[in-house]
Write a protein that binds this ligand. Structure first.
Ligand SMILES: NC(=O)c1ccc[n+]([C@@H]2O[C@H](COP(=O)([O-])OP(=O)(O)OC[C@H]3O[C@@H](n4cnc5c(N)ncnc54)[C@H](O)[C@@H]3O)[C@@H](O)[C@H]2O)c1
Length: 411
């Protein structure tokens, strides 16, 4: 019998007890990873996945594919620095990555506009797949990605990991397990943050490559709102524009065109109403979720001024129904520091558990599609200046009964 604490990564991360022989290691013993992953796209997010793969320790990095030499070089350095002694293969093409008999899964972290083509290239290979969000730049393409994923013989995951952030995971527990707010009637979210960071080829400055800011970035929030609302989004009204950022930004003779602020209302088909606020010219990052029900209110937030430490906070108001509380949900700091406030680590844990034959958790294929559909409907609403039925952006042959999002119990 051994305790969970004996297996803590805390003991295995460094080699602080460098004088010990291998046969004297127990808490600090390294375990051979069970799986091997190939990485397609090794920029910022690909490297976050590589780091989390090695931190989790249940898979090694088997190979890398990226046309950018610098991305390959920095990813290779990251792998060496984080304890993997043998260098990964460097593939010459996606096809080579698919044909590698030594990997079990491919992690795809290429720019949004490439996801459909990459998915077409990898679909049918004998490996599990992980595809970053948003799964495509249009709803039609997202639907094709979902159809390819549904026909794939191995597990397919999409990168909507915010539901694994500590504040939102705890908010889900409060709302659905403890029923702290009673029946949910409204879900509001806010993201106020700094401008889009630099990217390889600066693809994220152009709507044609991102799908529009409300698809690119905000699919995360729509996934959360859809989950808390417990229903399908029906109608969206949005206003927004490119108010401040990148007005003088020109790349390859093209002017940046992504919007940097928006306000949105969402009507769900069970009567829940949603609101979303985006500002991308803030000297810091602040995310908020407010869920109101007939018995209480849950307010979750992450907040950091630029360059300062983040603060998590969860406020639960229960009135006379029970104890209200204010707390600061946190993962261990080395997990939080691994990216996206620790959610990427838990996303990997959930993916690797599924590969090991364990429970399937996390977002499903339909969640990927619906999160893009809300963003696309919002972009269209801004363009037209009127509310848009989400049904209008869904493919003509879309059958909502077949594409059922996760409910909290499944997710
Ligand atoms: N889940 C999240 O929280 C999160 C956060 C950031 C980015 N992302 C997503 O991850 C993806 C990558 O974003 P990023 O920030 O890493 O961008 P990035 O520009 O930093 O890296 C993208 C990498 O993909 C490479 N690439 C381009 N086309 C390729 C192809 N066809 N095959 C293989 N490699 C290719 C580029 O050379 C680059 O190295 C995007 O879809 C983005 O939306 C998700």
């Amino acid at each position: 019998m051994s305790t969970q604490v004996e297996h803590s990564r805390m003991f295995r991360r460094g080699r602080a007890l460098g004088y010990l022989e291998e046969h004297d290691r127990h808490l600090t013993a390294k375990h051979d990873p069970q799986f091997s992953f190939g990485f397609i796209g090794c920029g910022m997010m690909g490297q976050e996945h590589i780091y989390n793969t090695l931190l989790l320790g249940r898979a090694r990095v088997g190979g890398l594919y990226d046309p950018a030499t610098k991305s390959i070089e920095t990813a290779s350095q990251l792998i060496a620095k984080n304890g993997q002694q043998d260098a990964p293969k460097i593939y010459a093409s996606i096809e080579e990555a698919c044909a590698d008999p030594d990997t079990d899964a491919l992690i795809i972290a290429t720019p949004n506009y490439t996801h459909l083509d990459v998915m077409r290239a990898v679909a049918g290979c004998n490996k599990a797949l992980f595809v970053e969000k948003p799964i495509a730049t249009t709803v039609a393409d997202a639907f094709e990605v979902c159809q390819l994923a549904a026909a794939h013989s191995r597990p397919v995951r999409f990168g909507l990991q915010y539901r694994f952030k500590s504040v939102y995971a705890e908010a889900l527990t409060e709302v659905f397990e403890r029923q702290s707010v009673g029946r949910v009637h409204s879900v509001n979210m806010l993201e106020h943050r700094f401008p889009f960071l630099d990217k390889v080829g600066q693809w994220n400055k152009f709507s044609v490559y991102t799908g529009g800011t409300l698809v690119e970035k905000c699919c995360h929030y729509f996934d959360l709102m859809n989950l808390f609302a417990g229903a399908n989004p029906q109608r969206v009204f949005a206003v927004g524009n490119q108010a401040v950022n990148f007005h003088n930004f020109v790349y390859d003779n093209k002017k940046a065109d992504g919007l940097d602020q928006a306000q949105m209302s969402i009507q769900y088909d069970n009567g829940v109403i949603g609101g979303f606020s985006l500002c991308m010219f803030t000297p810091g990052t602040r995310e908020e979720l407010v869920v109101c029900g007939d018995a209480g209110r849950v307010h979750a937030s992450e907040s950091a001024r630029l360059g300062e430490a983040n603060e998590n906070r969860l406020e639960v108001w229960c009135g006379e129904n029970g104890a209200s509380s204010v707390r600061a949900p946190e993962y261990p700091s080395y997990i939080t520091a691994a990216g996206h406030h620790g959610s990427t680590f838990f996303e990997h844990l959930s993916f690797v558990d599924e590969l090991s034959g364990g429970a399937v958790s996390g977002p499903n294929l339909a969640d990927g599609l619906w999160s893009v559909a809300v963003g696309a409907a919002a972009q269209l609403s801004i363009e037209r200046g009127v509310a848009v039925d989400v049904a209008e952006v869904l493919p003509a042959d879309f059958d909502a009964a077949q594409w059922v999002k996760t409910s909290y119990q499944e997710g």
